[in-house]
Design a protein around this ligand. Structure first.
Ligand SMILES: NC(=O)c1ccc[n+]([C@@H]2O[C@H](COP(=O)([O-])OP(=O)(O)OC[C@H]3O[C@@H](n4cnc5c(N)ncnc54)[C@H](OP(=O)(O)O)[C@@H]3O)[C@@H](O)[C@H]2O)c1
Length: 245
């Protein structure tokens, strides 16, 4: 259902409203499915040309078409939300990620849970350790992507810095490489990239979304930047005794 421009949709008092910013992408659609399964009322923001990708959800979600970096769109979408799940995507070279994150933090209701996605490449503390190969790959990919003005990975890092500095109830979930497939269960995580438990570097995309939705009610993740990996991956199984879920 596309939201009318002016009226706000009626909220059943018993259902908490969750906004998904970037709902039409692969991760966004998994977020919507998990949130609906848990009984949340779902409002989503996506680019106007992507609204059709959400038709299969029918009237179970409300869609607000617009760029996720458009502050007026975000202000409208997050109103009344108990949580906002944001797919941080560093598209283009016009600060798409950092403007999206800032708008969410500026307009989400006080006390709302704010959960953002990014990749391991975002450094959260001095405890993160990266291999030379990883750093070289990120550097080359970042340079190439920016050179063709497609993606600005550094802007996702700037978005993360703004999130870390904010006094909102944020969690920044840092994803490993992703694959499609049936859910394996809630990923395990470490606060430090480079931890042995993360070595397999692979998570099912649906489980990345599951982790973000579960984080809504997990206060232990507030002001954390968990780096996640699939719970059935080799490294997670090998280090099961140190796993955090
Ligand atoms: N892919 C990976 O291996 C990987 C690994 C680790 C972490 N992550 C993180 O996971 C999140 C999403 O990753 P994903 O691979 O699953 O992608 P995704 O869900 O498909 O998300 C991409 C998002 O970007 C939007 N988008 C695409 N082209 C755009 C453009 N030109 N301008 C503005 N928005 C555009 C998409 O919206 P439309 O539907 O409108 O196109 C969608 O909301 C990101 O935070 C990423 O950093 C990904």
């Amino acid at each position: 259902m596309i939201a009318p421009e002016t009226s706000s949709s009626a909220v059943e008092p018993s259902r908490q409203r969750v906004c998904i910013v970037g709902i039409s992408g692969k991760l966004g659609q998994y977020l919507a499915a998990h949130a609906l399964e848990r009984g949340y009322e779902v409002v989503g923001v996506c680019r106007p040309q992507s609204v059709a990708k959400l038709e299969h959800f029918g009237d179970r979600i409300t869609v607000i078409p617009g760029d996720t970096s458009d502050r007026t769109v975000i202000e409208r979408a997050v109103a009344g939300c108990a949580a906002v799940l944001t797919v941080l995507a560093p598209w283009g070279v016009r600060e798409y990620s950092s403007r999206t994150a800032q708008a969410v933090m500026d307009f989400a209701p006080t006390g709302a849970r704010l959960i953002f996605s990014c990749g391991w490449h975002v450094r959260a503390s001095a405890a993160d350790h990266y291999s030379r190969r990883f750093l070289a790959t990120v550097a080359v990919a970042s340079w190439l992507a920016k050179a063709v003005r497609a993606v600005d990975i550094a802007d996702q890092t700037r978005a993360a810095e703004r999130i870390f500095a904010s006094d909102t109830r944020w969690t920044l979930v840092r994803g490993s490489d992703l694959e499609e497939g049936e859910s394996e269960g809630l990923p395990v995580w470490s606060s430090a990239v480079g931890s042995p438990i993360l070595e397999s570097n692979l998570t099912r995309r649906t489980d990345f979304a599951l982790f973000m939705v579960e984080a809504i009610t997990n206060d232990a993740l507030i002001h954390q930047a968990p780096a996640i990996v699939g719970c059935r991956s080799e490294s997670a199984v090998a280090h099961a005794s140190t796993a955090r879920a």
